[in-house]
Design a protein around this ligand. Sequence first.
Ligand SMILES: [Zn+2]
Length: 487
Amino acid sequence: MVARGSWAHAAAVGLLAGLLGVACSGEPDARASPSRARNLLIICLDTVRFDAMRAAGFVEEGAPRRTWSERAVRLGFAHAPAPWTVPSVASVLTGRDPLGHGAGVFSRPVANLDDEVPSPIAPGVPTLAERLTAEGFETRAYVAHPWFESGYGLERGFSHLELEEGRRRLAGKATVWLNWHTAEKDPKPFFLYLHFMESHANLTWKKGMYKSRGMRLTPVTQEAARAHAPAGACDDPGSSACWHYVAYVQSVAEQLNSIARVLTTLEETGLLEQTLVMLYSDHGEEFRDHEAAGRARGVDPRGIYGLGHGQSLYEELLHVPVWIWHPSAAGRREEAPVSLLDLMPTALDWLGLDGGKELDGQSLLPWLLRGAPAPAVDRPLFATRIAYGPEQAAILRGGWKLVSYGQGAGALFNLVRDPGEHQPVQGAPVLDVLASQLAEWTARAPVGTAPPPSLSREQLERLESLGYLGGVPAREPEPAPQPTGSD
Ligand SMILES: [Zn+2]
């Protein structure tokens, strides 16, 4: 069964009753020591759903990934503001929700990332890397996702960005650079961003390889994977569906091994004491959690149901892992509702920089370090930007979740009683409140949408290898310059 303890816990302590009118968390009561706050490392594990991270991290006694897992502050109810890479990572790197950064908008009423290039981050929206470059930081990115080289604005502000395939090469680049940086005479503070892609590839794996991939895990971790599998996926432990999920967990485990290597380098070089490290996933992945519901709605332009991401706003796509390593924070699990939008305010807070009023999230450091109250359990979290189908929008608040399909009332779920979102609730009094709040959010004037970038044949091929944009024509090659003569 999927472990979704957060809202059950909230219900147990009676917090759901406070749905209306409860204040948000307080202001910081003290500042972190500025002499220690210096560097920032943000790591993305693309396409990792929450339950898979739990299964991958904790089983192997004495393994580096378990040691580092236990040292992390693990946020048990973190949410992505969008169900696919471009709008979600754009939110992390701008601190603004999808309406505020403008990325991931399709021109047609039915989105289809197979045959249309959506909008990039709007040009006037600043990025974290731009901000930190202006503050004198060394800003570097080692990324495995071709969106970063495709003109989407995710690359903006990095003084050095390399596209690298494979977790070992990514981690190797990072560790080599960290060692080199440490040896510098007067090193600048740094912002290092890493983006891993091994779990994203699960739909391209040959079915015949699921079991051999899964068997790379030790038996005890295989068992943990089956225990955390989506409902029904491992009813038959020998089924292809179950081995697919176990293999997916194996991909998470091997990425955590690589991240453990980077973190160990940080510690060995003495940088860990000065560095805030945040690990997140940009969205989850469906393993047939809502295949029947998807087919019943029948709106995916590809006719694909039950697999992948970008097609819905169910929890298997929005509930993501966020782990934080901080010199002053002991490893533990926390359950308050947080958003990927909180990462940038948290980073700026750590570095002693003002985030301004433009950011949509909130710093988590007052809560995690300084004794301030946790984000309120009824804090509203929003999501939107479908990649396949008509647009949707969702609000999560106080254990309830309302998904709007753009017409009618949408579907209301009680995540405490129905964490798998299979039984829409009719006629609950909370519906009007949530519908009104969601309508107010979606009616906000969005930032201007920039035209989609035109992509070269090589850029398109790299995205096509991930399953995107198969029907999009490449940009015409630039005409060769005419000889101008030499006389
Ligand atoms: Zn992604």
